[in-house]
Write a protein that binds this ligand. Structure first.
Ligand code: ZN
Ligand code: ZN
Length: 368
């Protein structure tokens, strides 16, 4: 049954089944309309125009001539997931240990505040509409769909195929015990509905949804959207700030470098507490070469380090690498470049690192 939606004075209340309730706060800034351009959306700090077919051809021909990408020297590390911990923790309620598990690419499982939240779930073999030309995944997901605990919420950053996968969201919507709440940027709810998924809420930048004790806010990042040549930037994109009572996480989705991250830090400063930032930021570090093509849409590891600093994050974890070969850098280059950039920036050894696929990192709950 589709959820009932009531709009009252800028507040929408979504009665989501299984005893959960999502409240969308109409907390948009005065200049909210700046990124709304008719039936398309635009970034805050750059007039973004997706690259055309000419640039795409030039990239592909250059890469072919240069023999790029070179094969990786090292396989992406992968470990067996700690299913016993994840499943016990999933039902621990207020005693839940804040944790992050890397499933692969931008897919992570965040356990916090009594809720299990999945980011950009992609479990399929290939990340494209054109199954036969799309990059094949190099390693299986760190957790198979059937191994997941019951998922309370799924956040989707944008509709690119390596972040929004039809087969994966349909499988999640059919999970035992009822569907998760899908939290998506403006315009993506209709796509979900076309796929038969009605248990969804869509947000504009700075709007939030609540799942149990966890508040999830869509934030601006610099990127774009589109699943074909005909729908570019017609749906919104973003990152998510995830606020549990004892844990604060940021998931950047896909992004270029921009002032948006300093804005996010400023906006949530009071919520973080003096001198603090997010407990962890999940930041993309892969799919960045060649820069002339990628820099307006994907950060490189040095820019990811700058985002970590702009956010004032306590820790960051590099994601969006090692799973699908999407661009010219080798699959194993991003963590090496990240280590160099972190050293150059004078970060502590454990401030910004990567994880093995399947690995779980546990965090100390933040003091009340
Ligand atoms: Zn993207
Ligand atoms: Zn991506």
């Amino acid at each position: 049954m589709p959820p009932a939606l009531f709009r009252l004075a800028g507040i929408a209340v979504l009665a989501a089944g299984a005893g959960t309730m999502a409240v969308i706060a109409g907390d948009a800034p005065a200049d909210a309309a700046a990124h709304h351009r008719g039936h398309r959306f635009q970034n805050n700090y750059v007039e973004f125009e997706p690259k055309g077919i000419g640039a795409l051809l030039k990239w592909r021909i250059d890469a072919e001539r240069a023999g790029l990408p070179k094969p990786p020297q090292q396989e992406t590390p992968r470990v067996a997931a700690d299913l016993a911990f994840l499943h016990a923790n999933a039902v621990a309620g207020a005693a839940m240990v804040p944790s992050v598990t890397w499933i692969g690419h931008a897919s992570t499982l965040i356990q916090a505040g009594g809720s299990n939240v999945l980011t950009d779930p992609v479990f399929s073999e290939r990340a494209s509409p054109f199954g036969f030309v799309a990059p094949k995944r190099r390693l299986p997901p760190g957790l198979a769909l059937a191994e997941l605990p019951h998922i309370d919420a799924v956040v989707v950053s944008h509709n690119h195929y390596d972040h929004l996968d039809a087969a994966s969201v349909k499988a999640l919507a059919a999970q035992a015990g009822g569907p998760p709440l899908f939290i998506v940027p403006l315009g993506v709810k209709a796509w979900l509905a076309d796929s038969g998924i009605g248990h969804a809420v869509e947000l504009d930048w700075w709007q939030s949804a609540r799942i149990g004790a966890v508040e999830i806010v869509l934030t601006p990042v610099q990127h774009w959207s589109g699943r074909s040549l005909g729908d570019r930037m017609e749906t919104l994109w973003g990152g998510y700030a995830i606020f549990a009572p004892d844990f604060q996480a940021f998931f950047a989705g896909d992004t270029a470098y921009s002032k948006d991250f300093a804005d996010i830090h400023a906006r949530f400063a009071a919520r973080h507490g003096a001198g603090r930032g997010f407990d962890v930021a999940l930041l993309p570090i892969g799919a960045y070469e060649p820069r002339w093509f990628m820099s307006s849409q994907h950060v490189d590891p040095a820019e990811a380090v700058q985002i970590h600093r702009d956010l004032g994050a306590e820790r960051s974890i590099g994601i969006h690498w090692g799973t699908f070969q999407l661009t010219d850098e080798s699959l194993d280059e991003p963590p090496q470049a990240l280590a160099r950039a972190a050293l150059q920036a004078g970060l502590g050894d454990d401030a910004f690192t990567v994880m093995a696929i399947g690995a779980t990192r546990r965090f100390a709950p933040r003091p009340p």
